[in-house]
Each structure stands twice: as structure tokens, then as C-alpha cells.
Design a protein around this ligand. Structure first.
Ligand code: GAL
Length: 499
């Protein structure tokens, strides 16, 4: 086991060395968190919306859970200003005080400001794009105080089709951003075209892996092709992609994520009303386990209490923000008997390494069980399957010790607590007397909280499993269970600790 840890540290060290280049901006050592207006508002953007949302992020305790960037998506400009070096101008109707003021207000609240453009002639909404204007635009954003760029792929004038062509086009902006001297997180959005996981890690902090998400569990849609075993080779990203479609796409490329460079499964739909509570719990758990950026995509002004409680689950966010930055991997997926309305039901088990919170020799482990059936189902995961990477066929040392199993949804904030936060809206504070379950990552980072084994991050002990045992969960239709496994002291380790 110790040898295995040493190997992985060596790999991590190599990864760091390979990323020391002109494009390494040192950002997103854990997946970025924040909010983006697109899923809920589309082109209906304004400085009022940004301001209101930023205030709610603070008042609802979301900033202190780690949601940092407020990202303004498409449709914000009125084009280029020939008398001002051809720079982009903000729409004065939507942003009467100007973009610098919007950024200042967001910064005053302790948040970061995100901006959107496209590596094309136009943005996807038909506004001026940045292709050929990378330097002037990067400088404009830096002057405004922008901290984050989401960079799209529409109207790219045919500059795609090979990895190198796409790489070169996106690298121009990467260099321009770095040349400003302002740290600007670079979120690449070419929907997985030309295998960005191969070339984006050295020039960007994240890259989208699919067409646009749709607020649905598993609706098949011809506009979002590629859902099978060859989904990794998707030449047509499309859009209207269900959460299970996107989860399937990431299953092939989980190893491409690393600190500073992440697979982006697209913005969250939690709170937008298209899925059941169980589906939103599963959606949030899945995005967390595979280290996707966690970018809220809902209207916080009308967030239902149940959805606020989902996005506030620090024990699940701690999986996403784990300092090791290692994505869970899918260990198995079985088709069931078509019990889902779309005839696409399947059950899945994912697992992966987490930072140790026990101080022992063993990593903690995340186990994610997904029930695609439309009936409640008991899912079982053997230690042999959970730890297969450390030895096939149950030979791993980890299979031979007992584990504490902690349910990461057991301490979910009650709807009453969440409603109290919403009703107070800042006046009583999100950590007021009604609220017992808040984690404050502004005060204590997830890394520090995990190192201190803070109970708010660890979930609730539900059971222990013996060597060669099985993790079992009864899971709602289209739901998921997510567990943190912690190694239990054995006679051997106890003896050593006492020495
Ligand atoms: C899409 C992108 C969406 C959103 C939209 C704006 O290409 O994937 O997330 O940014 O453009 O027009």
C-alpha cells in the first residue's frame, strides 16, 4: 500500500512538472465552483441579475461553501468599438454602470467575476466573437477585473477537425490571458470536439466534454448522439444531453482530470425543476465524484428549499474539492430489464481515491452507486470491485481490512433549515440558530477540514464492513447513494500506532 502511494505521489509530481509552462496559471487546483446564468436565463442577462445573484450566494452561505465565481454567459455585448482599439463594448441597456462596476461589486462581496466569449467570429448567440481579437479582448477583460473566461466554439470558421487545429485556436487565447498578468481561469467550451482532454490540460483549467446539458435524467434525444460504449469518440457533440448521457461520456476519460485541469460535465441543473429530488441528488453526487467543476445553473432568487439543501451538502462538496484531485472511475455498469420509461435502465458503481482522513496508511475511498431503474433497487458493491485498481480479483490489501462506511447524504440539511435560510435572506445569517449543518470553507478550507477530520465533511457512519465485505444501499428510482469509506484500525496498525 505504501508503495502504491509512493507511485501515485511520483505521478503527481511529474504532472506538476509537466504543467510548468507559459500557460500554467496556478488556478483551479480543485475544480472551480460558482454560478453561471445560462441554464436558467439564457440571454436575459443584466447587471441587476448578477448583483442579486451574488448577494444571494453570500446570504445563503454558498460563497462560504466554495461557490466563488459569478459567470456572465453569452449576449452581454453590443459589438466592437472601432474608436477604442476595436475592443468589445458592454450592452449599455443591460449593464448601464458598465462591466468594471459589475466586476467591482462582485469582488466587494468576496466573489470572482466570470466572462464569456467564443473562439469564433460570433458567439453562439450571434454576438461578436473573439477569433482574431484575442489580445485586445483579454486586455479588456483584465482591465474590467475579470477572473474567469468561458470560451465557446461557435462560428469557428472551420478551424476544427484535428486536435492540432483546435489546440492552436484555443492556445492563442490561453497565451493572451496569461500575457495580461492577471490570473484568469480558462474554461474551455468546445463541447468535447477534437478530444480536448488530450491537448487542453496544458493550456486551460477545464474543458467541456459534451454538448449542452438538458434538465433531464436519461431522455434519449437525437440532437445529443453518442450514448453507448463508443461515446468517447463523439464527433457530433450536439445538445440536449441528459445527465446520464454526459456521465457515460466522462466514464472513458476520468484519468484526464488532474489538479488545475478538469473534465467539465457542464453547469448543474439542480433547482431548474426538470428532475425529481432523487435525480438532482444523484446529479450533484455524480458531478462531485468525477471532479467536474460545480457551477450552479439555477435562479437563486426562487431556489426551492430542497434544492438549496442539495447544493449545500459540504460532505459531497468535500469529495469534489478533495486535495488529491483524483476522479472516481466506473467499475461496472449493468443493463437491467428495461424498467425505465425510456427503456434505458442500468445500474452503475463508481469508486475512487480520496485523501486519508484517518492518518493511517490507507486512502479514504468514495463509492457512488447509481440506480437507473424507475423502481427502488438494492445495489451491492463488493470491496473487491471497489478496490480493483489496487489488485484484480480481490487481491488488494484494501479488501482484507474492515472499513467504516459513511453516508454522505445522511446529514443533508432539512428542508426546514433550508427554508429558514431563504426566509432570513441574510438578516439572520445562514449559520443562525436554526442552522446546525453549515461548513465554512472561507474560514477553513476543505483540505484543512479533511485533515482535521471535521465531522461536517465526513457524513454519517451507517455501518462497518468486514474484510471481503459488501457495501449495500437501497436507492430511490433514478437516484444515487454516495459513501466515504474510511479504513478501520486493525490489530496490526493499532500496534504500530502505539509504538
Ligand atoms: C453553448 C454553450 C452553452 C452556452 C451557450 C451560449 O455553446 O455550450 O453553455 O454558453 O453556448 O450561447
Amino acid at each position: 500500500m505504501i508503495a502504491l502511494q509512493k507511485i501515485s505521489y511520483t505521478i503527481a509530481a511529474l504532472a506538476v512538472v509537466s504543467r510548468v509552462g507559459a500557460s500554467d496559471n496556478g488556478l483551479a487546483r480543485t475544480p472551480q465552483m460558482g454560478w453561471d446564468n445560462w441554464n436558467a436565463f439564457g440571454c436575459s442577462v443584466s447587471e441587476t441579475l448578477l448583483q442579486q445573484t451574488a448577494e444571494l450566494i453570500v446570504n445563503y452561505g454558498l460563497r462560504d461553501l466554495g461557490y466563488h465565481y459569478v459567470v456572465l454567459d453569452d449576449c452581454w455585448s453590443v459589438g466592437r468599438n472601432a474608436s477604442n482599439n476595436n475592443s468589445l463594448a458592454a450592452d449599455p441597456t443591460k449593464f448601464p454602470a458598465g462591466m468594471k462596476a459589475a466586476a467591482d461589486n462582485i469582488h466587494d462581496l468576496g466573489l470572482g467575476f466570470g466572462m464569456y466569449s467564443s473562439a469564433g467570429k460570433y458567439t453562439c448567440g450571434g454576438y461578436a466573437g473573439s477569433l482574431g481579437y484575442e489580445e485586445v479582448d483579454a486586455n479588456t477583460w483584465a482591465n474590467w477585473g475579470v477572473d474567469y473566461l468561458k470560451y465557446d466554439n461557435c462560428y469557428n470558421e472551420g478551424q476544427a477537425g484535428t486536435q492540432l487545429i483546435s489546440y492552436n485556436r484555443y492556445n492563442v487565447m490561453s497565451k493572451a490571458l496569461n500575457a495580461t498578468g492577471r490570473p484568469i481561469l480558462y474554461s474551455l467550451c468546445n463541447w468535447g470536439e477534437d478530444y480536448p482532454f488530450n491537448w487542453a490540460p496544458t493550456i486551460a483549467n477545464s474543458w467541456r466534454i459534451s454538448g449542452d446539458i438538458f434538465d433531464d435524467w436519461d431522455q434519449a434525444d437525437a440532437r445529443c448522439p453518442c450514448d453507448g460504449d463508443d461515446a468517447w469518440d463523439c464527433r457530433l457533440p450536439g445538445f440536449h444531453c441528459s445527465v446520464t448521457n454526459i456521465m457515460n461520456k466522462v466514464s472513458f476519460i476520468v484519468s484526464k482530470s488532474q489538479p488545475g485541469a478538469w473534465n467539465d460535465l457542464d453547469m448543474l441543473e439542480v433547482g431548474n425543476g426538470g428532475m425529481t429530488d432523487a435525480e438532482y441528488v444523484a446529479h450533484f453526487s455524480m458531478w462531485a465524484a468525477v471532479k467536474s467543476p460545480l457551477i450552479l445553473g439555477n435562479d437563486l432568487r426562487i431556489v426551492p428549499a430542497a434544492d438549496l439543501s442539495i447544493i449545500s451538502n459540504a460532505a459531497v462538496i468535500a469529495i469534489n474539492q478533495d486535495p488529491n484531485g483524483s476522479s472516481a472511475a466506473r467499475r461496472w455498469k449493468y443493463a437491467t430489464n428495461g424498467t425505465d420509461a425510456n427503456g434505458r435502465a442500468e445500474i452503475q458503481m463508481w469508486s475512487g481515491t480520496l485523501m486519508s482522513t484517518t492518518g493511517g496508511d490507507y486512502y479514504d475511498f468514495v463509492v457512488l452507486l447509481i440506480n437507473g431503474n424507475n423502481v427502488e433497487t438494492v445495489l451491492n458493491a463488493t470491496l473487491a470491485d471497489i478496490f480493483v485498481d489496487f489488485g484484480a480479483g480481490g487481491t488488494a490489501d484494501e479488501v482484507k481490512i474492515p472499513w467504516e462506511v459513511r453516508d454522505l447524504w445522511a446529514n443533508r440539511m432539512s428542508t426546514t433549515e433550508a427554508q429558514a435560510i431563504i426566509s432570513a435572506n441574510g438578516t439572520a445569517g445562514y449559520n443562525g440558530t436554526n442552522v446546525q449543518t453549515r461548513y465554512n470553507a472561507t474560514q477553513t478550507s476543505y483540505a484543512e477540514g479533511l485533515a482535521a477530520a471535521d465531522e461536517l465533511l465526513l457524513g454519517n457512519v451507517t455501518t462497518t464492513i468486514q474484510p471481503s465485505g459488501t457495501v449495500s444501499a437501497t436507492i430511490a428510482p433514478h437516484g444515487a447513494a454516495i459513501f466515504r469509506l474510511r479504513a478501520m484500525p486493525t490489530a496490526a496498525t493499532k500496534k504500530r500506532d502505539e509504538l
